[in-house]
Design a protein around this ligand. Structure first.
Ligand SMILES: Nc1nc2[nH]cc(C(=O)O)c2c(=O)[nH]1
Ligand code: SF4
Ligand SMILES: [Mg+2]
Length: 250
């Protein structure tokens, strides 16, 4: 599997789930590389923002920021190698993230199947942008989908960010929970439209402030909580950002 490379190794780390339904749960994260979207504010752009691609990013304004050399950002790990990497952690909760993990479903299926065979107690969550359909094999192994559909604020065209067949799948899955990144009022209105259009279950919707620093998150907290109260959505923060700041591997 293509894993994001960090400090010469695969980006695999033990922390607490910082977002959404499982917030606070001790969890091992495995960050796969590659994404089919190109969100302008993406905080894991080292999984897709390759040199000689046209996608703009907010970091373009940051002095010294450069698009990434694909070869330098990916490490190919076998299922056995990934199992070896996670072995030292006394934790059976895994989050498959990225990038977009559903781009590499076959490799995840092999990993999940082998781990379950060893220990039925494994719990598998996946962080997905909700544009790709899970295979039946993948769906059979996964415990929870954290579906984070992208809005206009992501700067992806509607054609690539809004896939009706994927919405149809996740809206009916008992394992799926929705998490929308909200930067401003217009985003909230877009979420309300999507909920109506795809008949999403409101009680399974989380709103999360946009931001990669505690200051950015804090500036939106109280406003967003009021919106959650008004519409009956859950609020989720980005706990790992408050605790660790904007760092990799936490
Ligand atoms: N602690 C922690 N929680 C997270 N929840 C979703 C994450 C992600 O990047 O997918 C993430 C992450 O990178 N770290
Ligand atoms: S879908 Fe996720 S990983 Fe892909 S560009 Fe958007 S924020 Fe980044
Ligand atoms: Mg993240």
């Amino acid at each position: 599997m293509k894993i994001a490379k960090f400090n010469g190794k695969g980006e695999i780390f033990y922390t607490i789930q910082g977002e959404g339904k499982s917030l606070g749960k001790p969890t091992v994260f495995i960050r796969s590389s590659l994404c089919n979207l190109h969100c302008i504010w993406c905080d894991t752009d080292y999984t897709w923002n390759w040199k000689n691609t046209p996608y703009p990013h907010v970091f373009d304004q940051t002095p010294g920021y450069e698009k990434y050399d694909k070869k330098e950002q990916i490490v190919e790990l076998s299922t056995a190698q990934i199992i070896e990497e996670i072995a030292p952690y006394a934790c059976k909760n895994l989050v498959l993230t990225g990038g977009e993990p559903l781009l590499q479903q076959k490799a995840w299926v092999e990993l999940m199947a082998q781990l379950r065979k060893k220990d039925a107690g494994y719990w598998f969550e996946v962080e997905t942008n909700g544009t790709l359909l899970p295979s039946s094999e993948f769906d059979a192994l996964i415990d929870q989908y954290n579906v984070s559909p992208k809005l206009e604020n992501s700067n992806n065209s509607m054609k690539i960010r809004e896939k009706p067949e994927a919405y149809a799948f996740f809206r009916q899955s008992p394992k799926a929970w929705f998490k929308f990144v909200i930067a401003q009022q217009a985003d909230l209105e877009e979420v309300l439209e999507l909920i109506k259009k795809y008949d999403l279950p409101s009680h399974k919707v989380y709103l999360m402030p946009e931001g990669t620093t505690p200051e950015q998150l804090k500036s939106k907290q109280s406003w967003l909580v009021e919106q959650c109260k008004q519409y009956g959505f859950h609020y989720t923060d980005r706990l790992h950002i408050h605790i660790y700041g904007s760092k990799r591997g936490v």
